[in-house]
Design a protein around this ligand. Sequence first.
Ligand code: NAP
Length: 253
Amino acid sequence: MPLKIFITGANSGIGEALATQYAKQGSILGLVARRKKELLTLQKKLNTKVLIYAVDVTNIDQCRWAAEDFMAIHGIPDIIIANAGISSGTLTENFSDIETFKKIINTNLNGVLNTFYPFIEPFKRKKQGQFVGISSIAGIRGLPGAGAYSSSKAALINYLESFRVEMAPYQIHVTTIAPGYIKTPMTDINNYKMPFLMPVNKAAVAFIKGIHKKKKFIVVPWQMKIISYFMHILPIPLWDFFAKNAPRKKRNL
Ligand SMILES: NC(=O)c1ccc[n+]([C@@H]2O[C@H](COP(=O)([O-])OP(=O)(O)OC[C@H]3O[C@@H](n4cnc5c(N)ncnc54)[C@H](OP(=O)(O)O)[C@@H]3O)[C@@H](O)[C@H]2O)c1
């Protein structure tokens, strides 16, 4: 039986690479993003059954509609990957960044809840299924100049942890992915050196391997796993010392 996979943020970067890899395995796909033209191009390119949904993940009604349509046609999916996300540098001292904060949190955190919600009851009934959330190593500690992005991804890590324990009694798995730097349109705009920058297709293969092993927490590339461990345990004075000179994301939203 082919796997049925539902992916948000599927028309670019990591989502597109995941869709491409799963299509090679013959999976049935439900692909979500806002820009329809890019979704249509991808649908034509992939040699498998693909349903596309031009949906904004910040809108729960649109998410519900897409989930219900997919399930009416193909049945309950095996894996839901909440990958849609946005990024921008932010500084709280800039009034206009307050709106950017809200937008980032709404997409990167609430968008994940909206994506998962319609599938919870069907997964519970089936006593099977896997939810995957794409966070970031930027969520391990607060990065200066990226308060909105860092806090959205930190909140997502903690949310996914709560959700994982809540879903365990129903044999439903929850996987958190915290990528390091992956080469996508999101990182293409960064004008600083990104250590261990990984090609997106290589990252997608590694993510899929971890997802299929039902890993609870995946960090890719492996070098970032070591770095994220030290980021996590670094005492506050040392974190502040190193973080003050960290490169800052562009304010682009
Ligand atoms: N690249 C990295 O180094 C890296 C590292 C750590 C974590 N991540 C995370 O990985 C995920 C994918 O990032 P990426 O690098 O592949 O970026 P990307 O190429 O910019 O792709 C982002 C995707 O999200 C979709 N999206 C954004 N807002 C949406 C919304 N409101 N509703 C529906 N879809 C939406 C975009 O499509 P539309 O614009 O058409 O909606 C696009 O498909 C993000 O959550 C990002 O934070 C990336």
